[in-house]
Design a protein around this ligand. Structure first.
Ligand SMILES: Nc1nc2c(ncn2[C@@H]2O[C@H](COP(=O)(O)OP(=O)(O)OP(=O)(O)O)[C@@H](O)[C@H]2O)c(=O)[nH]1
Ligand SMILES: [Mg+2]
Ligand SMILES: [Zn+2]
Length: 307
């Protein structure tokens, strides 16, 4: 039988077949990892072939993984730790951003966007918890949305608490498989509970002490919103490392830099201090946002600006 992995715990998998039935499954014997250096052989979204066996707790055995159309990897910032495939076969990622409770930094947003560019996953920013924004934060959010809009990333604003903006979110999701990503506590599971009634995913408040989420969701899981519309809940990302990108290539994953690359004097320009650099010139003229350029530099130099 053929199916799609909708949940992966590392030791067992939930696979949805074509009729929508779920099978608790395990992987057959030793499974060869394709050259990817990752800790999990199988991820949510993987298309698999499996046999149903009526023995034991895990009733199905996965014996084949189909080639992935795409996938997105979460790289720990600690070099020693393994990379982890968050999900495969995605149409898009929605990065859930909150400007308060908890605050998502530009550094984090830009790291995610670079990762998504590297894996060619279109990304939309979803500002949540807008009910908590005062006038100043609301204006600030508009500026941020405009800045990202200019470089090709669209955004929407929602409030899960007040059920605001859900129509726009549904329209964005329609007919696609979307990954919800973001820090712990930004409201990923809360949003999915609104989109998929009766689901009752666990959610938790923000720690008063750190103003951060408490990592409530522990495994990625895919849910059906409506026919052909799927959404993947994921555990909150604390820190996001950057996939192995050579320094001279990093700017290829910043759309506003990518379009200027052939105007730099040196073809291998890293846009740091080289003479005749078109990117530096654009930063000087405010044509490239300073926060984006700062994110670029921190990634280039491996500086730790995660917040
Ligand atoms: N004020 C307000 N609170 C919200 C909103 N959306 C979610 N919350 C609250 O934020 C807290 C965290 O929400 P979760 O849905 O658990 O967050 P999460 O992103 O799934 O977090 P992890 O599973 O830890 O990654 C909960 O207390 C929610 O009730 C919102 O729009 N406004
Ligand atoms: Mg959650
Ligand atoms: Zn340059």
């Amino acid at each position: 039988m053929k199916g799609v992995v909708v949940k992966s715990t590392g030791s067992w998998y939930l696979v949805r077949d074509a009729e929508g039935n779920l099978h608790r499954s395990r992987l057959r014997g030793k499974f060869k990892l394709k050259d990817l250096k990752v800790s999990n052989p199988l991820a949510v979204g993987d298309r698999v072939e499996f046999d149903v066996e009526d023995t034991g707790e895990d009733t199905a055995v996965i014996y084949k993984i189909e080639d992935r159309e795409n996938y997105i990897i979460r790289q720990s910032t600690h070099k020693s730790a393994h990379a982890h495939i968050i999900a495969a076969n995605l149409d898009q990622a929605l990065l859930i951003v909150t400007l308060v409770s908890p605050r998502t930094s530009f550094g984090f947003i830009d790291r995610f966007l670079v990762t998504a560019e590297a894996y060619e996953i279109p990304t939309v920013l979803v500002f949540n918890k807008t009910d908590l924004y005062d006038e100043d934060i609301r204006n600030y959010q508009r500026q941020i949305s405009q800045m990202y809009g200019q470089i090709g990333y669209s955004s929407i604003s929602v409030s899960a608490a007040e059920n605001q903006g859900m129509d726009a979110l549904l329209a964005l999701l329609h007919g696609k498989t979307s990954l919800l990503a973001g820090h712990s506590g930004v409201g990923k599971s809360t949003l999915i509970n609104l989109l998929v009634p009766d689901l009752e995913l666990k959610t938790s408040g923000i720690s008063d002490f750190s103003d951060k989420g408490v990592h409530t969701t522990t495994f990625a899981e895919m849910f059906e919103v409506s026919k052909d519309t799927y959404i993947i809940d994921t555990p909150g990302i604390k820190e996001l490392g950057i996939v192995d990108i050579p320094p001279a290539e990093l700017s290829h994953y910043f759309p506003e830099m990518r379009e200027r690359l052939n105007q730099c004097r040196f073809h291998n320009c890293t846009h740091f201090n080289e003479p005749g650099c078109a990117v530096l010139e654009a930063v000087r003229r405010n044509e490239i946002s300073l926060t984006r350029y700062e994110s670029y530099l921190s990634m280039l130099h491996g500086v730790d600006n995660r917040k």
